[in-house]
Design a protein around this ligand. Structure first.
Ligand code: ACM
Length: 680
């Protein structure tokens, strides 16, 4: 029996209904945990069981990326299954995995280069063919995702997949400036990106808080602007090669004219006020900005951009352009008279003048400029790509003005939002939905943004992953693939996979919790599983944060989204809707009993420690669970409800929803639902 499923014409719900029916009826194979969901998938019968002695053949064009992807595939498969596998070759008609790459890819990976692939899994193995190495890289990741444990061992279901991304630009911004991100962090981030088929690392390399690349032309940039934390040019080349091997372009960003204090430490003459300057240690928007009126600024930038465009081969070069407060410009009589004599009436006009000059320099080096949406003014040269962050409107506006655009508004990982919020944010939603099909093609895709004020190298993986996998799916898969429950189910499995690949989103947080409560880890984890860091930029109430502030407390050691709280809420929804099974109800009861008892268990660890600030939230968990258990009992025997009980409990629960010690107790709203159900 074979189903032909055109995924782009089906919602994910019906897709997975078909898949699970298929799995149950025809072959009780492994679950399908593909993320991103492929464009087209035809389910076959039977499965390929991973066994020792697996062989690989490579045919078609000889691209070194294909060979290294195949080698990584064998290593990962071995790691993922625990089966010792070696890179053994065979002829294409005999090999377990036959890979064919039709043509040589571009020397420098290009936007819009063909990334498609076809994958056939049968009982004897797999055939993967792709026009370029990029498709091979993506197809091998799909095959790895298909392999799952089953009764006969690790196996992939028989399947025919034809896959192609929806958007050509699927990026992740990594900010190595606010907090330094060592080489191994960047490399494992690239590994994670490869696993979910993302193809652009937007590397944010200069800021108020640090200048992170060696400049041989202007060595005081990295020598005085980095505190010793910068990538040498050799290291950059190593990262570029690592990214290329994984089908990922690297676009550098050198933010100007604002966000540039670290440049001014070594070169104060670039700034609009005399200085001296120090590398900034606090967070926020600061006054220093480049002086757009001096020719020497452009001479400097010409030489610098010349050097950096040679180092970074990508076609695109991000010039920043965001958040200039104009205070230094207002305060300089020389800049004010320049503005008068050049008919520049506002600071925005002055910034447009600056942007136009810098754009010319970038173009002189045969690169395409990209800028944050502040650069979008009527006189912006049309080939500048506009990067939408302040709101989604600028994306459609940019396209209407003749620019290509990228969406990051809605994909800010630092806001600690749940994955579904990002997942349902579509580059072609909002105003962009009203654009013509031709105009919509000008929207290249989007980028998740990992700004690093509140993350360190230690916990950055837990902020990027697994939520970025949901964004990766939004940017790769059909617009109709938007079933949130399916996404969460698959994201959980993908997250475990990423950890076996070497990412540390679970293990690092585990170690951090172990450090906080070495003798009460179970109790701390019980509390930690029910909370999330406060959202947005509100983590500054109690503690003052800066570049050197430790990020070692409970809000740093829990993921931005509590999957446990989400699951609890779903179970409660079923109880309230009277669709819960006995097992669901028992699970909710057992969970709340555990929470009720937890404060006493955790108490010793809460005394005189970094966790002391969490006493109130720990007490609240136990108190909320006590109320929840009563509500559950009363739902079973409604006649026992005293008058006014529900109102009193709601009043007691309400303040528990507020942030405490920079944490939110996520299980309070579902417990309130239980209480409200009692009063109905
Ligand atoms: C930005 O978040 N300032 C681009």
């Amino acid at each position: 029996m074979r189903f032909f499923v055109l995924l782009c014409m089906l919602s994910a719900t019906s897709l997975f209904a078909i898949q699970s029916l298929t799995a149950n009826a025809a072959h009780p194979g492994p679950p399908w945990n593909l993320m991103p969901v492929p464009a087209k998938l035809e389910s076959g019968s039977g499965q390929w069981i991973v066994q020792q002695g697996l062989t690989i053949s490579l045919s078609g064009v000889d691209d070194p990326r294909v060979r290294s992807a195949a080698q990584r595939f064998v290593d990962h498969l071995s790691h993922q299954t625990g089966i010792p596998l070696h890179y053994l070759t065979a002829e294409p008609d005999k090999a377990t995995i036959a890979i064919r790459c039709e043509r040589a890819g571009e020397k420098v990976q290009k936007l819009g280069e063909d990334e498609s692939y076809k994958l056939d899994v049968t009982e004897t193995g797999a055939k993967l063919s792709a026009p370029t190495a990029l498709g091979v890289i993506h197809g091998l990741q799909t095959l790895l995702q298909l392999v799952a444990p089953g009764p006969q061992g690790f196996a992939a279901p028989a399947v025919h997949i034809e896959d192609v991304p929806r958007f050509p630009w699927r990026g992740l911004l990594l900010d190595s400036c606010r907090h330094w991100m060592p080489m191994e962090v960047v490399k494992r981030t690239l590994d994670g990106m490869e696993a979910v088929k993302m193809n652009v690392l937007h590397f944010h390399l200069s800021e108020n808080q640090g200048f992170r690349v060696e400049s041989r032309k202007f060595p005081k940039l990295h020598e005085m602007g980095s505190g010793g934390h910068y990538y040498s040019q050799e290291q950059i080349k190593e990262l570029l090669a690592y990214a290329r091997d994984r089908g990922i372009r690297v676009m550098p960003e050198f933010d100007m004219p604002g966000h540039a204090t670290a440049w001014f430490v070594g070169y104060p003459e670039l700034a609009s006020a005399p200085g001296p300057y120090e590398v900034e240690t606090k967070w926020g928007v600061f006054d220093p900005a480049m002086d757009p009126t001096k020719e020497s600024t452009y001479k400097f930038l010409d030489k610098f951009i010349g050097e950096m465009t040679e180092l970074f081969p990508d076609e695109f070069f991000h010039l920043g352009g965001d958040e200039v407060n104009g205070k230094q410009w207002n305060g300089s009589s020389q800049i004010q008279s320049f503005m008068k004599s050049h008919n520049l009436n506002t600071n925005e006009d002055l910034q447009t003048y600056f942007t136009q000059r810098v754009v010319k320099i970038i173009q002189k080096y045969k690169k395409t400029p990209v800028g944050w949406d502040e650069v979008l003014t009527p006189d912006l040269p049309k080939d500048v790509v506009v990067h939408s962050w302040r709101g989604p409107e600028s994306e459609a506006k940019a396209v209407q003005d003749g620019h290509r655009a990228l969406l990051s508004n809605g994909y800010y990982l630092d806001l600690a939002e749940p994955a579904d919020k990002h997942y349902l944010n579509d580059p072609l939603g909002g105003d962009a939905a009203k654009l013509s099909p031709e105009q919509q093609k000008m929207i290249l895709g989007g980028e998740a943004c990992m700004w690093s004020e509140m993350v360190s190298a230690e916990n950055v993986d837990s902020r990027i992953w697994p939520r970025t996998a949901a964004i990766a799916e939004r940017l790769w898969s059909s617009v109709d693939v938007r079933d949130v429950d399916s996404m969460y189910n698959r994201m959980e499995v993908v997250s475990e996979r990423l950890e076996t690949l070497g990412l540390t989103q679970h293990s690092a947080l585990h170690s951090m919790k172990e450090r906080l409560a070495p003798q009460h880890l179970y109790a701390l984890r019980t509390l930690a599983n029910t909370v999330e860091p406060v959202k947005g930029y509100s983590r500054s109430g109690t503690h003052k944060y800066s570049t050197d502030a430790p990020l070692n407390r409970l809000p740093d050691a829990v993921p931005p989204e509590s999957i446990e709280a989400r699951k609890f809420a779903r179970l409660v929804d079923r109880i309230v809707a009277r669709t819960a099974s006995e097992a669901d109800i028992a699970l909710v009861r057992d969970t709340m009993i555990d929470w009720k008892l937890n404060h006493d268990r955790l108490s010793p660890a809460l005394q005189n420690s970094l966790l002391t600030e969490d006493i109130a939230i720990s007490q609240n968990l136990s108190a909320a669970a006590t109320i929840g258990l009563q509500a559950l009992d009363m739902l079973g025997s409604p006649s026992s409800v005293p008058t006014g009980w529900a109102d009193q409990q709601m009043a007691q629960l309400e303040p528990m929803k507020k942030g405490q010690a920079e944490l939110l107790l996520m299980v309070v709203p579902p417990i309130q639902k239980l209480v409200q159900a009692v009063s109905k």
